[in-house]
Design a protein around this ligand. Structure first.
Ligand code: FDA
Length: 309
């Protein structure tokens, strides 16, 4: 309930202004975000890879309503990929992209604009020797995102998808996407969704995650198990053993700043672990989703605001 309320309230522009302006917000942001500039993302990538982790970098931003801004986001990714190449990190870091940041919502031409921008990023990633994964946003964009994914995969078959276990449809989507070469990141889902399309009870979401994970781990694709949930990680490890999966045929993924010791522990056990690393100045939506996931984060944030004001 708290989660749904927080995600709903976050749409208010006055709440956004208040939050973004509070000086203490920056401290909380820095737990989850590498920094505002591309150099910050590259420095953090270097540190993470030195600890044996892989990285996927997200240039923060979503729901772009302006064509020039959408094109600028594609340019920012191209610059990021050049920076990764120059730093010698492109073999251990890929990029994650939100189609709404690339223009998906720009009216009837939105899907075409987003696809063209995504293609540009895929080209830059290929030149750098790495890959792109399309983040998944709220359920109103699922079909459009999967359609762009299908189109991109014709030329860039290694483009990764994200599926959200909280959606009723996802087990079937996992079956469709569990084919050889198909990279699929499975997460629980981070948006406020209605009961008509999503499981609302967290136990139902967890059960759905297990069913989806079973489909992906039994399939011929490349599963990317994105969760910090210790029980789900253990089930993922069990399924990998059960299906005789080589350690390079799947990976675990976690968010920057969340359970970092567990990330290193899993890597130490021989698993591939990739950290989702956001950077940029448009961090508000991302921060709210992280606060909504865990009431303790919210308490920490509220306490910091009170003690500093
Ligand atoms: P759950 O929320 O149950 O958390 C399990 C445990 O993890 C908690 O008990 C706590 O210990 C820790 N934890 C989880 N979240 C925390 C937080 N914010 N702060 C501190 N501790 C926390 N979603 C989406 O809709 N579209 C997407 O494209 C992506 N992409 C994505 C990529 C990657 C690599 C990850 C790891 C996650 C996403 N997500 C996402 C987010 C995902 O849907 C989900 O909201 C979060 O991962 C939290 O869910 P968990 O599976 O970790 O379980």
């Amino acid at each position: 309930m708290l989660r749904q309320a927080l995600l709903g309230v976050s749409r208010s522009s006055s709440i956004k202004t208040l939050t973004v302006r509070a000086p203490v917000t920056r401290q909380v942001v820095s737990r989850f975000v590498a920094g505002e500039e591309v150099e910050h993302a590259i420095d953090a990538t270097r540190r993470l890879t030195e600890s044996g982790l892989l990285v996927t970098i997200d240039h923060l931003g979503e729901d772009t309503t302006d064509r020039a801004q959408a094109d600028a986001v594609a340019g920012a990714y191209a610059a990021l990929l050049s920076g990764l190449t120059a730093a010698g990190l492109a073999d251990r870091a890929e990029v994650s992209v939100k189609l709404s940041a690339l223009g998906l919502l720009l009216g009837p031409d939105g899907p075409q604009i987003a696809r063209a921008n995504a293609e540009q990023i895929c080209h830059a990633a290929r030149n750098a020797g790495t890959t792109v994964t399309l983040d998944m946003e709220d359920h109103t964009l699922t079909d459009a995102t999967l359609e762009v994914l299908r189109e991109l995969r014709r030329d860039f078959p290694d483009t990764g998808a994200v599926l959200q276990a909280y959606l009723h449809r996802t087990e079937a989507d996992c079956r469709d996407l569990a084919y050889a070469g198909s990279r699929v990141r499975l997460c629980k889902g981070a948006y406020a969704e209605p009961a008509s399309v999503a499981f609302v009870d967290q136990r139902e979401v967890d059960r759905s995650y297990v069913r989806c994970m079973k489909v992906l781990m039994a399939g011929a694709g490349y599963p990317m198990l994105a969760t910090h949930d210790p029980r789900l990680v253990e089930i993922g490890r069990f399924l990998a053993r059960d299906h005789d999966r080589a350690s390079e045929s799947y990976e675990f993924q976690m968010l920057y700043g969340i359970r970092p010791a567990e990330q290193e522990r899993l890597a130490g056990l021989g698993h591939q672990v990739r950290v989702y690393l956001p950077y940029g100045n448009d961090w508000y939506g991302y921060l709210v989703r992280r606060l909504a996931e865990r009431p303790a984060n919210l308490t920490f944030f509220a306490r910091s605001l009170l003690t500093r004001s």
